[in-house]
Design a protein around this ligand. Structure first.
Ligand SMILES: [Mn+2]
Length: 334
C-alpha cells in the first residue's frame, strides 16, 4: 500500500505540533487501559517529547502488569499521580468518548484539544479529531501519521505502538486487519519493534491466579437462542477466590465468542456496587454489538463493545437475552 497512510489527517500534523509548542501537554488514555491505550499514550508522548514538547502520558489507572514493561523511560503520571499532574493542553488517545478518561480527570480537563481514536461511535468531541473509523488501533493511526510526516522513532516507541496494534487486532486476526496494518507494522519493525519479545511478554507470562479465574469463568458459560448467544459471568467473589485481579479477565469473552455457532458473546460482570458491566463481542461486524451496547447506553466497535447497567447481573440477564434476540432478528432481516 502506498504512503501516505492517513493523508486526511497527516497534513494537519505540522499545525498540531505548532499549536503545542512551549505548552505542557498531557496525552490522556482511557480508564482500565489496554495495550492499544498504553501503546498510543507511550508512542505519542515520546514522539512529542522528541520534538521538544514537554509531554506526559496521563491515566487515571495504572497499566496492567503485562504491558507495563513497554513504557520504558516514558514520562508517565498514572493513578494518584495523574490526578495531581498539571498541564496546559489535553490530548486523548483511544477514548471513544470524553467520559472514558474517568470522572476524576474529566473534572480537571475542560476542553480536549485533540482526539486521536478509531472507535466508530466517537462523537468527535475535541477541536482536532483524528478518528479514522477503519483503523484497527489508535496506535496504527499514530504510527501512520508519524511515518507520513517522516518522523524517526526510537525502538521503545516502535515496540509500544506495535503492541497497541497487535493487541487491538487480536494478534492480526480481526476484520480491521488490513494491508495498511502490516505495512505500518513492517515499518515499526524497521525502527526496532520485535513481535516475538512482545508476544512473550504479553501472552507467555500468565499468573496462576488468571488460570484459576478462567477455570471458574468457563463453568459459568451458558448458551441461548440455539447456541447463537453465549453469556459468561464474573463476580467479585470469583476474583477473590482465584486470587486474581480485574485485568486478569482480559480476553475471557473470546472463549465464548470462539464457539462455532456463537454470533454474539457477552460477559456480564458484577461490580462491587452490585451493578452490571457488560462486555460484548460479535463473530462478524454485521452483528453490530455497538448497537446492542447502545440500547443500554454503551458503545464501541461493531465487533467489540461494552456498557454499564444499574441492575444486578441476575435481574439484568433476562432483559439482555430478550434485547439480543430482537437485535439479532433485525440484523438477520436487514
Ligand atoms: Mn483501541
Amino acid at each position: 500500500m502506498p504512503k501516505p497512510y492517513f493523508p486526511e489527517f497527516s497534513n494537519g500534523w505540522p499545525a498540531l505540533v505548532e499549536a503545542l509548542k512551549s505548552k505542557k501537554v498531557a496525552v490522556i488514555g482511557h480508564i482500565r487501559p489496554d495495550g492499544d491505550c498504553m501503546g498510543s499514550q507511550v508512542g505519542l508522548t515520546r514522539i512529542l517529547n522528541q520534538l521538544s514538547i514537554e509531554t506526559t502520558a496521563v491515566n487515571r489507572d495504572p497499566y496492567p502488569r503485562e504491558i507495563t514493561e513497554f513504557v520504558g523511560d516514558t514520562p508517565v503520571a498514572l493513578g494518584e499521580a495523574a490526578l495531581n499532574r498539571s498541564f496546559d493542553v489535553a490530548i486523548t488517545v483511544d477514548c471513544s468518548a470524553m467520559d472514558r478518561i474517568g470522572e476524576e480527570l474529566a473534572t480537571k480537563v475542560n476542553t480536549v484539544y485533540a482526539c486521536i481514536d478509531h472507535h466508530i461511535t466517537n462523537p468527535l468531541f475535541a477541536e482536532v479529531n483524528w478518528v479514522p473509523k477503519d483503523a484497527a488501533a489508535t496506535a496504527e493511526v499514530i504510527a501512520g501519521i508519524a511515518f507520513d510526516n517522516g518522523i524517526s522513532i526510537d525502538p521503545i516507541t516502535a515496540q509500544a505502538l506495535y503492541v497497541g496494534i497487535a493487541t487491538d487486532t487480536g494478534q492480526f486476526r480481526y476484520a480491521a486487519t488490513t494491508q495498511r496494518v502490516f505495512d505500518i507494522c513492517g515499518q515499526l519493525m524497521e525502527h526496532g519493534a520485535n513481535p516475538n519479545t512482545a508476544a512473550q511478554s504479553l501472552y507467555e507470562r500468565q499468573k496462576k491466579g488468571r488460570v484459576e479465574l478462567l477455570k471458574a469463568y468457563l463453568n459459568t458459560l451458558q448458551f441461548y437462542m440455539d447456541d447463537q448467544l453465549c453469556i459468561g459471568q464474573l463476580t467479585p467473589a470469583m476474583f477473590e477466590a482465584a486470587g486474581s485481579e480485574r485485568t486478569d479477565a482480559e480476553g475471557f469473552v473470546d472463549y465464548a465468542r470462539n464457539v462455532e455457532t456463537v454470533k454474539i458473546a457477552c460477559i456480564l460482570e458484577e461490580q462491587p456496587d452490585g451493578s452490571t458491566k457488560g462486555s460484548l463481542r460479535a463473530k462478524e461486524s454485521r452483528y453490530r454489538v455497538d448497537q446492542l451496547a447502545g440500547y443500554f447506553g454503551g458503545g464501541g466497535h461493531t465487533c467489540a463493545a461494552g456498557f454499564g447497567h444499574p441492575d444486578s447481573p441476575e435481574s439484568f440477564l433476562p432483559i439482555f437475552i430478550e434485547k439480543t434476540r430482537e437485535h439479532l432478528q433485525l440484523v438477520e432481516q436487514s
